[in-house]
Write a protein that binds this ligand. Structure first.
Ligand SMILES: [Zn+2]
Length: 293
């Protein structure tokens, strides 16, 4: 899934997010060059260092890759040296993944992994994956890997309860108040609210809210997240990757943003169980209406 996204320009790198109108600095977090997928995986000095340290039988000069498919095909053809114990053509994907994870850790958690640590992580992950495949062929328990949406959250994750309040308006399309709260267990970590002046419908408000809350979670470094919403149609559309025409482009943004999380789950909660987020959103809407007089 990750490589597919890399190939199709669908990784939420700086240039991609900028093109989608998301207000973000599009430059590489290591060298300040514009961050494209090609730059991130092959042309950045950091990426070149990682590839040069990889245990391949020949040197791989990532700078010579002319585009992402070329880079991936060349990297896949590299022979992995013994005694790494990995079949050839396997390690390259884990190196790409480790470069991506290192980048996210640096941006969202201010953690600096060196090129050497990044290669070690790739080798370790590749070995684990390889071992799990052998295990999987004898037992019926496949190990969930890859796409964040299917990962287990484990014990240590942040919960985000979110809700939007929307009111129709004859002059503009409508107004919305959005609110979301981050919890660690039962304990509130922080809560946010905002008012949005031109919003076409309640569904659009809910979608904008989820996008906003996810970006905030990334900014705060909550990379394992359970997002709860009482909008059943949105939760269904996100988890089943189906489309709703009205919020098509926002859903695409959400899909892009979710790939920056280590693990993420979306969950429907009934309105009655979402009363705190509901009141935060309504409060934001009231203040906005009040300020308009
Ligand atoms: Zn760079």
């Amino acid at each position: 899934m990750f490589l597919w996204k890399a190939l199709h320009g669908a990784l939420p790198v700086g240039l991609q997010l900028e093109a989608r109108g998301i207000p973000i600095d599009p430059s590489c977090c290591r060298c300040s060059e514009p961050e494209s997928v090609l730059h991130l995986l092959f042309h950045c000095e950091f990426a070149c260092q990682v590839w040069s340290l990889a245990p391949f039988s020949a040197d791989f000069n990532a700078l010579t890759c002319v585009n992402v498919p070329d880079g991936l095909i060349t990297a896949k053809s590299m022979v992995t040296l013994p005694p790494v114990g990995l079949e050839s053509g396997l390690l390259f994907s884990w190196i790409c993944w480790a470069i991506w994870i290192s980048r996210n850790q640096k941006i969202f958690e201010s953690q600096n992994f060196t090129a050497k640590e990044t290669v070690l992580k790739a080798v370790q992950d590749a070995r684990e994956w390889s071992a799990a495949q052998e295990l999987g062929s004898t037992s019926s328990l496949p190990k969930p890997i890859g796409r964040p949406l299917t990962n287990h959250l484990g014990m240590d994750f942040t919960t985000c309860c979110s809700d939007a309040a929307w009111i129709a308006d004859p002059d503009s399309a409508g107004f919305a108040g959005i609110g979301w709260i981050f919890y660690s267990g039962e304990e509130v970590i922080s809560s946010y609210s905002a008012s949005l002046p031109v919003v076409a419908s309640a569904l659009v408000a809910e979608a904008l809210l989820i996008r906003q809350a996810l970006l905030k979670a990334l900014e705060l470094g909550f990379l394992s997240l359970m997002l709860k919403s009482d909008s059943l149609s949105l939760i269904k559309a996100i988890t089943k990757k189906s489309q709703i025409l009205e919020v098509h482009s926002i859903l695409e943004d959400i899909d892009l943003i979710t790939s920056s999380f280590n693990c993420i789950q979306f969950k429907f909660i009934p309105r009655l169980d979402n009363s705190v987020a509901d009141s935060v959103a309504k409060h934001a809407l009231r203040i906005f209406m009040f300020s308009r007089g």
